[in-house]
Design a protein around this ligand. Structure first.
Ligand code: 3PG
Length: 409
């Protein structure tokens, strides 16, 4: 578990607190409205609520989308959602550090909340840099003198060495918010001496991520088994020597995933029993599901799910697990013909008495759709940050907090 300070270590009453959250939400490209308020709710109900209740003057920093993309929109509606969550008026400013914004920060009363404009409207925000380099940017130079404390609650953006993530930690006392704390605690439970057996279930569309995560968790004795499905499973099947047939091989080529096959093969040679690949799969024939054994490959039809024999074999492993990490669905669960593998495997995870952790956009959406979310021990708010953490990478936002903790507030 990383060593950083938390809200328990600092006085908050009357203090001006800059809190970096991850409000980045799915946006309807037509109406530009927020489609899912989960992230705003998560930060609002925990860290921001606590800051308000403890009498801090709360200044919220967050991003939404990336410049040039359709979901790059202002944070005004995020502030409205936050008002609803907190049950009190939340102020919003149309800028980040201009004179008017500075004035609004100075005028805050204890317990008031001000949401600043999307930090990515600041041109330098997304430049990679060290805390010391970013401390020299206009955003940090203008805002830091107005604040007493920086709180980083944005675990889901902690893999970005951006100005608003690391810059303030060089010049202000800095602590982790409750969500940052909760995410790191839950992840440490599965990555640092997890209760055995420990099983990683890797599906979804990103075969390259599955390779890096498998390598890290197997080489470090974290996982006892890695169960593969989804497109990740296809890459592992190819590495085991199967030709999946033209539509599936073409798909892997288009997605530039075939380049990872030698890496996966090398890993599978070292962990022949620990890495499990599908024994059978479901292909789409005329809009319908048809299951075939892996030995019947290649196929002329697209593979959209794992088959019933694989489900049974994976289920036996999951039933013996005490720690389970799930990242990625087992197939095209959005199509009712191919939801079977995801439904059965996620159902086994939900029924497990062990500690289960799930994360990633599609995984969380599938769990919600299947009505299983409440039965998972911990659902991470993060996507990319979670993947990098599971690969054993140090997240710049977390490293910056650790460094700041060596200077007591
Ligand atoms: C996320 O949604 O994964 C985070 O908010 C990071 O967003 P980004 O990938 O645009 O940096």
């Amino acid at each position: 578990m990383p060593e950083f300070l938390t809200l328990d270590d600092v006085a908050l009453e009357g203090k001006t607190v800059l809190v970096r959250v991850d409000f980045n939400s799915p946006i309807d490209v037509e109406t530009k409205k927020i489609l899912d308020e989960t992230r705003i709710r998560t930060h609002g109900e925990t860290t921001i609520k606590e800051l308000v209740e403890k009498g801090a003057k709360v200044v919220v920093l967050a991003h939404q989308g990336r410049p040039g993309e359709p979901d790059f929109v202002p944070l005004e509606q995020h502030a409205e959602v936050l008002s609803k969550v907190l049950g009190k008026r939340v102020k919003y400013t149309n800028g980040i550090f201009e004179e008017g914004v500075q004035e609004a920060i100075r005028e805050l009363e204890n317990g008031e909340v001000l949401v600043l404009e999307n930090v990515r409207t600041f041109a330098d925000e997304q430049k990679k840099g060290t805390p010391e380099e970013h401390a020299k940017t206009e955003m940090v130079e203008k805002l830091a003198p107005l604040a007493d404390l920086f709180v980083n609650d944005a675990f889901a953006a902690a893999h970005r060495a951006h100005v608003s993530i690391v810059g303030f930690t060089a010049v202000l006392p800095s602590v982790a918010g409750r969500i940052m704390e909760r995410e790191l605690k839950s992840l440490s439970r599965v990555l640092e001496s997890p209760e055995k057996l420990c099983v990683f279930i890797l599906g979804g569309a990103k075969g390259d991520d599955a390779l890096e995560i498998s390598r890290y968790v197997l080489d470090n004795g974290i996982a006892d088994y890695v169960l593969t499905g989804g497109v990740a499973g296809h890459v592992f099947l190819v590495a085991r020597g199967f030709d999946l047939g033209k539509p599936n091989m073409d798909f892997l080529e288009r997605k530039e995933l075939l380049g990872f096959v030698p890496g996966v093969r090398e890993l599978m040679q070292r962990y022949p029993d620990e890495i499990k690949v599908p024994l059978d799969i479901a292909v789409e024939v005329g809009g319908k599901r048809k299951e075939i054994s892996a030995d019947e490959l290649p196929t002329d039809y697209p593979i959209f799910d794992i088959g019933a024999i694989t489900v049974e074999s994976y289920a036996r492993v999951i039933r013996s697990a005490k720690s389970i990490v799930v990242s990625g669905p087992m197939g095209v669960y959005e199509n009712s013909e191919f939801v079977f593998g995801t439904k059965r495997i996620f159902g086994e995870v939900a029924d497990s008495q062990g500690f289960s952790l799930a994360g990633g956009g599609h995984t969380v959406a599938a769990l919600q759709e299947l009505g299983l979310s409440d039965k998972i021990s911990y659902i991470s708010t993060a996507g990319g940050a979670l993947i990098e953490f599971l690969m054993g990478k140090k997240l710049p936002g977390v490293v910056a907090l650790e460094k700041a903790a060596t200077r007591k507030p």
